[in-house]
Design a binder for this molecule. Structure first.
Ligand SMILES: [Zn+2]
Length: 323
C-alpha cells in the first residue's frame, strides 16, 4: 500500500447546472457559461490524525478526495465504532493483540472497537477455513452471524517458509470464504524467528531466509488476490536490523514480547485506517517513550513504504502463487 506521486491534471466538464460557482467568473463565449474544472492533484501523505488520500482542487473552490489509503480504500470517520474479527493462533492471542489494537484505535480518536477473535494454539488457515474442523466451524458461525468491518487472519508461523503450498491454499480458502460475506479481509503478516532461535537451523532456515520467505509469501498472495497485508513481519525485520536492543520476542524466540505485539497493533492500525501511528500516546509499560517512537516509525515505514522483499524471494513466491 504505497502512495504514488500523481502528476498531471484531470479535466472535468461541469455545466453551469452543477452550482460549482465558477461559471460566473469565466470569460463569456458562445457556449454560454461553461466552466471546465481544472483539478490539481495533491497526494496527502498519511500522518498522525490524517488518512492518506489524493486531494483534487480546482481554482473555483470545488474539491474532492479519493484513493484513500487503508484496507477499505474509503474515508474512515472517527465518530463511529468499527468491528473486527481476528482469526489466528498464539501470534494473535499472546498479549491479547486485540486489546492492544483497540487501545491504539481509541488513542487515535476512534470510538471503542468491537473485536471478536477465534484463536487456537498452533492452528493454521487450512483448518480455520474448513467448516468441519472444530475451530473452522466457529469461524463459520461467526461469519454467518456477524457483519464485521474487517477480518484479520494469519497462518502457522513456519508454513509460509516450510510448506508454502499449505499457506497459499489456506489463505486463498479463507479469502474466498470471507469474500462471500462482503467483508474486507486483511492478511496479518507474521515474522521470522529471532535470529538466535534454534528453530531456524532445525528447519534448515537462516533468519534472513525465514523473514524474507514469510514476507514474500504474504505479499504474493495479497497481490494475487487483492488482499491488503498488514506488514507486521516487515516492521519486525526493520526493527531487528536497526534497533536490536528493542526486544520484540519473548523468551521462546518466536512469540512476541509486549513490544512485538504493540508493533503488530500499530501495523494493523496503519493498514486499516490509512493513518500514521507515529505520535500515538499509548504504549506498553515495558518500553520507553523513545522506543515507542521507534516502533511507530517502523510500523509506518513497513506499511506505507516500499516492500522489503528481495527479488529472488519475490520471484520464487510469485511463481508458487501463479502456479
Ligand atoms: Zn472548477
Amino acid at each position: 500500500m504505497k502512495t504514488k506521486v500523481l502528476a498531471g491534471m484531470a479535466l472535468t466538464f461541469c455545466l453551469a447546472l452543477c452550482g460549482c460557482g465558477g461559471g460566473g467568473q469565466e470569460p463569456q463565449d458562445n457556449q454560454d457559461s461553461v466552466h471546465v474544472h481544472n483539478y490539481r492533484e495533491t497526494v496527502i501523505e498519511p500522518a498522525h490524525g490524517v488518512q492518506g488520500c489524493v486531494l483534487h482542487t480546482c481554482d473555483c473552490g470545488s474539491s474532492y478526495s479519493d484513493n484513500y489509503l487503508g484496507a477499505s480504500g474509503e474515508a474512515l470517520p472517527t465518530n463511529r465504532s468499527y468491528t473486527f474479527l481476528m482469526i489466528g493462533n498464539s501470534y494473535t492471542y499472546v498479549n491479547d493483540l486485540w486489546s492492544m489494537f483497540n487501545r491504539v484505535i481509541q488513542d487515535e480518536g476512534y470510538l471503542d472497537a468491537m473485536i471478536d477473535h477465534v484463536t487456537e494454539g498452533g492452528y493454521d488457515l487450512i483448518r480455520f477455513s474448513n467448516p468441519t474442523d472444530p475451530f473452522g466451524s466457529i469461524v463459520e458461525d461467526r461469519l454467518n452471524s456477524h457483519q464485521y468491518d474487517f477480518i484479520f487472519y494469519q497462518d502457522q508461523s513456519l508454513f509460509p517458509a516450510t510448506s508454502p503450498d499449505l499457506f497459499i491454499t489456506g489463505a486463498k480458502r479463507m479469502h474466498d470464504r470471507i469474500q462471500k460475506t462482503g467483508t474486507r479481509d486483511v492478511l496479518y503478516m507474521t515474522w521470522g524467528r529471532k535470529p538466535t532461535s534454534p528453530d531456524l537451523a532445525a528447519n534448515n532456515l537462516t533468519y534472513e531466509q525465514h523473514a524474507q520467505k514469510v514476507m514474500a509469501a504474504y505479499e504474493a498472495v495479497g497481490e494475487k488476490e487483492g488482499i491488503p497485508v498488514s506488514r507486521v513481519g516487515a516492521a519486525f525485520y526493520l526493527v531487528n536490523a536497526s534497533h536490536p536492543e528493542i526486544e520484540l520476542y519473548n523468551a521462546d524466540m518466536t512469540h512476541p514480547s509486549a513490544a512485538g505485539s504493540y508493533l503488530a497493533a500499530l501495523c494493523h492500525f496503519a493498514t486499516v485506517f490509512g493513518r500514521s501511528p507515529v505520535g500515538c500516546t499509548f504504549y506498553p509499560l515495558s518500553i520507553t517513550e523513545e522506543q515507542a517512537g521507534i516502533l511507530q516509525q517502523a510500523a509506518h515505514d513497513a506499511v506505507f513504504g516500499d516492500s522489503l522483499v528481495k527479488e529472488e524471494y519475490r520471484a520464487e513466491y510469485k511463481a508458487l502463487v501463479d502456479g
